[in-house]
Design a protein around this ligand. Structure first.
Ligand code: SAH
Length: 392
């Protein structure tokens, strides 16, 4: 059953902001305004431990206090100064004021699947809205987080893509989504479900590789052990991209070795040019090449995302072509039943068509799964985040 708990009225989204990193070429949406956004206040999650210790000293506290504060935030998932009793009261306030400003204000929280799926809508300091989703399964708890407010990639089937980009999130705005959700997970999501966040996917709003430096820094925080970071397994962090080739290649050079998901959605340039407009800049062959190189370098199988859109990309010949492109590669396909966006001319593929697509891929030797459609009732499914609140 879906429960809707409104914490406060949803504000309107303010005008667009911030200069953004967009790929070259014709994919930049005309509507993107280019005013500079006020940066969010500095937060300890923006910095590594050494940076926090230096900041603590500049606030007049011994460096160890910043380490203690980091233990509270990353280790204990605590942000209330009242419970940080190992730090003297005056220091606590100074440190929390200077290093742990509130970045995300919960505007709405929705849940379905008996509490196993929860969506949070956050308001950022400048009024921008972003969302995160927490999904609990018997063997894992996954946080789906946003890397940008809005998105500039303009994929026509994606609700976020329709509104354009508002701005990049800061490192701490990304990390803080995860830390909040990790805290929710520890309070229990349901019987037989783990009470510990284990996985993070960058599949919320935004194109993570268009906010490269902050996303990479956020991943560093997520995988560093406490008190430096949250201590997640790097294999359990997935960065999903439309296929910004130079950024994919750069990511392969980092020492991160996180899982990479590539939103392919079509095996041929004609169709992909339309479904994923950035394909006009980097073609299917180029993007797959970068993905295979990523897999070879990291030893991590890449995940090829493919939204099944009725009579658009679900033909048997496209399954066969995709199978030929991926056979023998370190890759698997994750089919996503299209979640139609409001007013969309597209629909999800019928189940028999989907089954035939899976059959053909598997018979080409390509491991294939169909993603579950968690969170649909609460607009928490792919590409739906925050879109349904805008303009309300
Ligand atoms: N910008 C990144 C991450 C965001 S979305 C990317 O494109 O990979 C995560 C996944 O959901 C992407 O594969 C995206 O193409 C897919 N998606 C977006 N809208 C969808 C929709 N309406 N139905 C199904 N999948 C969708």
């Amino acid at each position: 059953m879906t429960t809707l708990r409104i914490i406060e009225p949803v504000p309107r989204v303010p005008p667009l902001t911030d200069p953004v990193v967009l790929p070259r070429g014709s994919v930049e949406p005309a509507a993107t305004a280019r005013h500079r956004a006020a940066l969010p206040p500095r937060h300890l999650a923006d910095l590594d431990l050494a940076g926090r210790r230096a900041l603590g000293v500049s606030l007049g506290e011994p460096a160890m206090r910043a380490t203690q504060l980091s233990h509270h935030y990353f280790g204990r998932l605590v942000r209330d100064p009242a419970v940080m009793t190992d730090i003297p009261l005056a220091a606590r306030e100074r440190l929390v004021d200077g290093m742990m400003p509130a970045l995300l204000t919960a505007v709405r929280e929705l849940e379905c699947d008996d509490g196993a799926t929860r969506k949070s809508l956050w308001r950022l300091h400048d009024g921008s809205l972003v969302e995160s989703v927490l999904m609990a399964y018997p063997d894992r708890v996954t946080a789906c987080v946003s890397s940008q407010a809005g998105c500039g990639m303009a994929c026509p089937f994606c609700a976020t893509g329709q509104a354009g980009l508002t701005r990049n999130l800061s490192t701490a705005e990304i990390v803080d989504q995860v830390v909040w959700l990790a805290g929710v997970a520890t309070r229990g999501l349901g019987p037989e479900l783990p009470a510990r966040l284990s996985h993070v996917v960058f599949m919320g709003m935004g194109e993570p590789l268009a906010n490269y430096a902050r996303v990479v820094e956020a991943v560093r925080r997520l995988i560093a052990p406490p008190p430096e970071g949250l201590g997640l397994s790097r294999r359990h962090v997935t960065i999903s991209t439309v296929g910004l080739v130079p950024a994919m290649r750069r990511l392969a050079e980092e020492d991160l070795a996180t899982t990479l998901a590539l939103s392919l959605h079509a095996p041929d340039d004609d169709l992909r040019d339309e479904l994923v407009p950035v394909n006009q800049r980097w073609k299917v062959a180029e993007v797959l090449d970068a993905a295979f190189d990523y897999a070879a370098r990291t030893g991590r199988r890449i995940s090829v995302e493919y939204a099944m859109i009725k009579n658009v990309n679900d033909q048997p010949w496209r399954a066969d072509l995709l199978g030929r492109l991926l056979a023998g590669r370190l890759a698997h396909v994750n089919l996503i039943p299209l979640n139609p966006t409001p007013g969309s001319r597209w629909d999800a593929s019928p189940k028999p068509v989907e089954r035939e697509f899976v059959r053909r891929l598997r018979s080409a030797g390509v491991p294939t799964t169909v993603r579950d459609t968690r969170g649909r009732e609460i607009d928490g499914a792919c590409g739906q985040l925050a879109a349904s609140t805008e303009g309300r």
